[in-house]
Design a protein around this ligand. Structure first.
Ligand code: 5RP
Length: 215
């Protein structure tokens, strides 16, 4: 599994333009991408990071962390996912970084998703869907999410980089990800939902092979 993640992350280097600013996601797959960038000093001008965790890793590898407001829009965003369907729609947020990840994906021309092949599914939903919520809205949002047929579970003890909480929605079978993303976004108190469907990945690399999209 780890080797599959590494192969995908290293393949994503093909999409990096010299001297550019690259958007960098969060997680164990992206960690390999950061390692690979660190082995190529001077390849990029710097990175826009989706989490405090990735910012620390980037700085450890000598890569400058830059501000999206100053650098955006970006040409490239590289990130992992928890699940990916054939339309390149994703579930993300297993690492609780979904909101910043979604912002960078929205502000990037090309989103390259790196993963191991076990995350490719026909229908999204086996992985519990993360929803970032304003803390005081947790119970309200959970009651609203019950109406979609899933079981929301508070990820107790986890505080996001934005100071918010996460509900993980179990038991969904997401046959219309675009519609579900829009409906969950309408719930008052939701900061972001970990469905990346209105803005899916452009390119998917699984086990080091480009399986959707093109170079
Ligand atoms: C973090 C994410 C990650 O991209 C996702 O959880 C996949 O992580 P990993 O590469 O460790 O399997 O969305 O919020």
């Amino acid at each position: 599994m780890e080797n599959a993640k590494r192969l995908s992350a290293e393949r994503a280097l093909e999409f990096v333009e010299k001297g550019s600013v690259v958007g960098v996601g969060t997680g164990s797959t992206v960690r390999w991408f950061i390692e690979a960038l660190g082995r190529e000093p001077g390849l990029i001008k710097g990175a826009v990071s989706s989490s405090e965790q990735s910012s620390a890793l980037l700085r450890q590898r000598g890569i400058e962390v830059l501000d999206l407001n100053a650098e955006g829009p970006l040409g490239l965003y590289v990130d992992g996912a928890d699940e990916c369907d054939p339309q390149r729609c994703l579930i993300k947020g297993g690492g609780a970084a979904l909101t910043r990840e979604k912002i960078i994906a929205a502000a990037s021309e090309r989103f390259v998703c790196v993963l191991d092949a076990s995350k490719r599914v026909a229908v999204l939903g086996r992985f519990p869907l993360p929803v970032e919520v304003i803390p005081m809205a947790r119970s309200h949002v959970a009651r609203e999410l019950l109406k979609f047929g899933g079981q929301p579970v508070w990820r107790d003890g986890v505080v996001t980089d934005n100071g918010n909480w996460i509900l993980d929605v179990h038991g969904l079978s997401i046959t219309d990800p675009v519609a579900l993303e829009a409906r969950i976004n309408q719930i008052v108190g939701v900061v972001a939902v970990g469905l990346f469907a209105a803005r899916p990945a452009d390119v998917v690399i699984a086990d080091g092979v480009v399986v959707a999209g093109s170079v």
